[in-house]
Structures are given as C-alpha cells and as structure tokens.
Design a protein around this ligand. Structure first.
Ligand code: CTP
Length: 405
C-alpha cells in the first residue's frame, strides 16, 4: 500500500509554465490514494484552468481567499489545518519570497502562513532567477525554518535558456512525498515522552526560582513526533506555549513534580526526550506565608533536586533515552561526560553562549553525541528543524519492529 493512502495533501500551484506538470502530479497523487486539495494563484490560472485540477482531484479548487463556499468554516484555516503535507509545485520566486517574508495577500500565501503541516517546495523558474542572490537567500531562510526543497532539474527551459530551473519531474516529486510519509513509519504507535520548560521552585506563595527555558525545543519535538504517528505525552513546566494538538499534556511545576510524572509513565514509554531545563537546586524550605521584609540581608538555603535524567538512566530497560545539555564551555567534553554519567543513548548539546543558540530563541546550534562520540554537528537552524533531524536520528537507532497501534 502506498504511504500516501488516506493522506491529505494541499497542493499550491503558482504561475509558471510548469503549472501544467502540476496537473500530472495531482493525478499521480490522487491515484496513490491521497486526498489532494489544490490552491492556485491568480497567475497560475492564466496557464491552466482550475477545472483541470478539480477534475483530476475531484475536489473544489481554491483561488480567491474571499470566496467562502462553506459558511461553517474559514477556508484558508480549514485547508491549513487539514493538511498532512503542504506541497508547492511549481513554486515561483515570488511565492518563495512571500513565504520567507510572511506575506499573506492571496489564498495560497494566507493558507501557507496558517498551516502547521510540513512544507515541501519544488521551485521552477528561469536559471538566472533561480541563481539570483535574493532567491537563494529566501530559500536559505526557508530551509532554516525546516521547509524542504526538491531541487529543480537542469536542461532546456521554456524561456529558451539551458540551465537549472526546470520543475522536478512529477514522478520525482511523488517519490519525495512518499519518502516523507514513509520516513515517519518508525514512529507510528511509538510511545514517546517529552519533558519541556524550566521548572519552577517555590520560595513562598508569591516567589520562585526558575530559568529562561521557553519550552520551544520540547514542544517542537512533541509536535513533530505526533505528526509522525507517535503517541506523545508532553510533561511541561510552565511555558507560554499552547498545548500541541493530539498530545497528552501534563503540566507540572517543580523538579519533584516532574520526577513523579516521568517515573509513573516510564514503563509505558519507548522513547524519552528530556528537553526540560530542570533546576538543580530548590529552596530548602517553602514558606507557607509570604516572607516579610526584615533584616538587611536574607540567606536562602538551597538543597539539591533529584536528577531526573540520571534516575531514568538508572531505571531504564528498553527505553531509548535522549538527554540534553546546556553548556557554555568545553562542550564536547562535558556533553560526553553527561551522556555516560546519565546513561543516555543520545545527547543533544548546545553552547548557550553562542548567538542564536539556547534559551528563548527560535533557533539553536547543536551537536549530537552517542556513546562513541560526535554523531552530527548542526548549523544554526530552527528548533522545528532540529526536532525533525533528531527524530530521524533516533528512528535510525530504534529496534526495527515498529509498534503498530
Ligand atoms: N536534568 C534532569 N534533572 C536535573 C538536572 C538536569 O533531568 N535535576 C536533565 C536535563 O533535562 C537535561 C540534562 O539533564 O536533559 C542535562 O541538563 P544540564 O542542566 O545541562 O546538566 P546538569 O546535570 O544540571 O549539569 P551541570 O549543571 O553541571 O551542567
């Protein structure tokens, strides 16, 4: 059975001569069992009639943002939410630029802004347009946000030039889409536990100790694992982030709460991502009433918190454990030491002193280690993209028998 069976693909078709090949792509995807919803730009309809795509996909084709056919939904949000994958083929320099900038001035760009689905872009344009530094920079920006590209082919272009810019062949695009879904199979039905956020250690009813963790790394992992078919539990210390759809959310405050929440689920877990920033110490005493101002100085006594990851490392049986490390110096040495001490299978280390890495940011710069040493050193990329890379690396190391739900 094709990995496309039952998948919803939103296909954006933009205004280039290669739009005619998108008709073939629609037909192939539909035949493979996918539900294809096509959105065309105004320029695309100058090349191919929407009726072509409607007939091939057997679904209404969207062009105008304000043509709301179904009063019970807002079309661009509904489409954005329905997508398992968003594909733009052919993608002009214009749509790539709009997405890089976050513009939403038509049906396709607004739907793209609203979607949480992975995005796959197959560009097609003149060779010089493709090589233009502005276009290349936009592609780089989108790549760093976790968007995937199917490289255009080289050859005779419709504009008369010979070079790179020809839309990848529909069969190649279908293979890439199938690969995207097939890669997710190792996660189908796996029980994944993710911890996120910075723990909150109470001093009194109105004061506490915490750290700068935003929770973004852990939430990205939870969301991506869910998208790949895993059964995800996200145990999070307080963050400003909304609970991801379809994920069991357990909200905790302190390291002690997190320890209990994790250990009570350990036996029913296959893979653990320990992305939370757990406070190493907590106040020795938590005052029941607000501490009143008195002497000139106040000493707060702290006691050590349990090391949750170490505890997991000690108790683990078949669980695959991914630890995290925030370091400011001697990254490789400290990371490997942490991996061994805490008995992790993989360790994701980031140098939080670097710009674009660590707490609060949308990006990170990480090195991933296993017990033999460095596995991969990643350049600065979005936390979503790091989550995808990480899930891929873990999937390659999981026992082959996927646990089907
Ligand atoms: N961790 C944990 N429990 C703690 C402290 C850390 O589970 N009490 C976990 C984190 O979730 C992370 C890993 O251990 O996956 C490393 O966290 P980090 O703060 O870098 O390391 P520490 O063990 O606190 O070591 P140090 O402060 O000496 O760098």
């Amino acid at each position: 059975m094709s990995s496309l069976q039952g998948k919803t693909i939103v296909l954006g078709v933009t205004g280039g001569i290669a739009a005619y090949k998108a008709a073939d792509l629609t037909s192939k995807l539909t035949q493979a069992g996918a539900k294809v919803h096509v959105i065309m730009t105004e320029s695309a309809v100058k090349f191919v009639a929407p009726l072509t795509f409607q007939t091939l996909s057997r679904h209404h084709v969207f062009v105008d943002t304000f043509e709301e056919r179904n009063a019970s939904v807002v079309s661009h949000i509904d489409l954005a939410d329905s997508a398992d994958l968003f594909v733009i083929a052919p993608a002009t320099a214009n749509v790539i630029a709009k997405l890089a900038l976050g513009l939403g001035d038509d049906m396709l760009s607004t739907t793209l802004l609203a979607t949480m689905a992975p995005i796959l872009i197959a560009p097609a344009m003149n060779v010089h347009m493709y090589g233009n530094p502005a276009v290349q920079q936009n592609i780089q920006t989108l790549r760093s946000r976790g968007i995937h590209f199917i490289e255009p082919g080289e050859g005779q272009l419709a504009c008369g030039y010979v070079g790179k810019g020809r839309l990848a062949e529909p069969l190649e695009i279908v293979a890439s889409i199938e690969g995207h879904f097939a890669n997710g199979q190792p996660w189908r039905g796996r029980r994944v536990l993710v911890t996120a956020g910075g723990t909150v250690e109470r001093i009194d009813p109105v004061r506490y100790i915490t750290n700068d963790s935003s929770g973004k790394m852990g939430f990205s992992i939870a969301e991506e694992a869910k998208r790949l078919g895993a059964k995800v539990t996200l145990i999070s210390a307080p963050t400003a982030l909304p609970a991801p759809d379809g994920v069991e959310m357990v909200r905790v405050h302190s390291a002690q709460d997190m320890l209990e929440a994790v250990l009570s689920r350990l036996e029913q877990t296959d893979v653990i991502f320990k992305a939370a920033a757990v406070a190493d110490y907590r106040p020795a005493l938590k005052a029941e009433q607000k501490i009143k101002k008195s002497a000139e100085t106040l000493t707060l006594e702290l006691v050590k918190n349990p090391d949750i990851l170490k505890e997991i490392g000690t108790r683990k049986q078949t669980q695959f454990v991914v630890g995290f490390a925030a370091e400011t110096d001697k990254l490789d040495e400290y990371a490997l030491d942490k991996l061994k001490r805490k008995n992790c299978d993989l360790l994701v280390a980031n140098d939080v002193s670097q710009e674009g890495a660590g707490f609060g940011t949308d990006t990170n710069i990480v090195k991933i280690f296993d017990s033999r040493g460095l596995v991969e050193s990643l350049p600065m990329m979005s936390k979503v993209e790091i989550a995808r890379k990480l899930l891929k690396l873990v999937a390659e190391r999981l026992p082959a028998a996927g646990k089907d739900s």
